[in-house]
Design a protein around this ligand. Structure first.
Ligand code: 4AD
Ligand code: MG
Length: 430
């Protein structure tokens, strides 16, 4: 019977056939251990010389790394392996022989591995990271669908920008100018006025000249937007959502977390509610920690975020930022005009900001004033202004960066390993 590694638990004691690649092998005169992978999982196949035909044992000893095979054998429970099963091999059929696979079991440098990303994706660690990414996406849809959100797809080619005009990818759109989307937010606000609670999931682009372990040029964002929801309620959605995603990965990706040697005790505590500190409190805290150079009104850098994160076990919200360091659409605090009803969510363990969100300005006059201050007077933003002309309501939303979230949950150092084909400052290939 033909099956896959992910399904062998249903066939204990039965003979099955699996299409697989050889990830690695070990052999002696009498026995060969084949590390098999079929894309659905990893499993050991054991070939015992005295149990199989001569040519099968010879093949098992000569087969090269990443050759493809049909493997036939009996499924056995195996308490020594984290996977729990192994295959007692009775037959092997070579599909295609791989010669000189470049990624050998020895150590390779990151640039070499990134040059071979199309092959590197096959490795056990990279496979685990992508499966965790997939679980985060699955549990994201589950969370928002269960709460009555409608999935809405904002455009990728846009005439206006959400997050400032300096980091835009420009392209020609026939005779007009167009930009790759930095954020779907402005469109999601329009959608929230039509569907109440909405979320998007799509690629976003930022021509940032940052070469850090947290920055990609192309990254994926989840952007919920909610009508009749204020800043405080939005924070509750955010902490519930992040808790749901973390707990889903813990339940459904045990093998992957094990393969990555992730310390899961640090994830188990991630349950709502999350601590909140104001920007003012963060400044005071940083000064106490010896950051003498930081002043009220400065934006935080990675070392500041890390210091704040280290003081908390769970992700932490920093709220009420100075208006002038945040985006034009954020609503000022009615009790204190110089700060906005916004929050960043900082992940633990130095992974930095994973969510940026805010309540949005709903007052037409104030929005007009912000447009002028930010010189956004061209036609590209006229439609966005109209959302405040026809039945404006309090509304809030946020954006979660998928790759930073994957990096944190999987415990991977650099975001370049959390997206299948990373786009970095110096890399558009493969
Ligand atoms: O804080 P940001 O810029 O917020 C927005 O774009 C809002 N319009 C979202 C909204 O309210 N709908 O970006 C949101 C998140 C960040 O917290 C971070 O996780 C991620 O996107 N992010 C990046 N991830 C990887 N590489 C980059 N260059 C990123 N820039 C932002
Ligand atoms: Mg931000």
């Amino acid at each position: 019977m033909k099956t896959t590694i992910s399904q062998v638990h249903k066939h204990v004691g039965e003979e099955v056939t699996i299409g697989a690649w050889l990830a690695n092998k070990r052999s002696s005169g009498k026995i060969a251990f084949l590390q098999l992978r079929d894309g659905t999982g990893f499993m050991q196949g054991v070939v015992v010389k005295s149990d199989v035909e001569e040519e099968i044992f010879t093949l098992s000893k000569n087969i090269t790394q990443e050759s493809s095979l049909w493997v036939t054998g009996t499924v056995k429970e195996d308490s020594r392996s984290p996977f729990g099963y192994e295959l007692q091999v009775s037959g092997l059929e070579l599909i295609h022989e791989a010669v000189d696979y470049p990624i050998t079991p020895k150590e390779h440098g990151p640039e070499f591995l990134l040059d071979h990303r199309h092959l590197w994706l096959r490795s056990k660690k990279q496979h685990a990271v992508m499966k965790i990414r997939n679980e985060i996406i699955r549990s994201t849809y589950e969370f928002f669908n269960d709460r009555g959100f409608t999935k809405i797809d904002p455009p990728i080619l846009t005439g206006s920008s959400a997050e400032g005009t300096t980091e835009l990818f420009h392209t020609k759109y026939f005779d007009e100018d167009a930009y790759l989307s930095q954020s779907g937010q402005l469109y999601m606000e329009a959608a929230a006025m039509a569907f109440n609670k909405v979320f998007s999931f799509g690629p976003t682009f930022r021509a940032e000249k940052s070469k850090t372990r947290r920055h990609l040029i192309e990254f994926w964002m989840i952007e919920p937007e909610m009508a009749f929801v204020d800043h405080e309620e939005s924070l509750e959605y955010q902490e519930q959502y992040v808790s749901h995603v973390v707990q889903s990965v813990l339940s459904n990706c045990k093998l992957e977390l094990h393969a990555l040697e992730r310390d899961v005790s640090k994830l188990e505590t991630v349950k709502a509610p999350f601590p909140r500190i104001t920007y003012d409190e963060a400044i005071t805290f940083l000064k106490e920690q010896g950051f003498d150079d930081i002043e009220w009104g400065d934006d935080f850098g990675a070392p500041h975020e890390t210091a704040i994160a280290e003081a908390h076990e769970k992700p932490v919200f920093i709220t009420h930022f100075p208006a002038h360091i945040k985006a034009f659409y954020m609503k000022p605090d009615p009790n204190r005009e110089e700060v906005v009803l916004a929050a960043d969510l900082i992940a633990p363990e130095g992974y930095g900001e994973i969510i940026g969100g805010s309540q949005r300005i709903d007052d037409l006059e104030l929005m007009k004033q912000r447009y002028e201050e930010h010189e956004l007077t061209d036609d590209a933003y006229k439609w966005y202004m109209e959302l405040r002309e026809y039945g404006s309501v309090p509304h809030s939303g946020f954006g979660l960066g998928l790759e930073r979230t994957v990096a944190w949950i999987a415990g991977v150092e650099h975001v370049r390993e959390t997206i299948p084909f990373p786009r970095l400052l110096n890399r558009l290939y493969p």
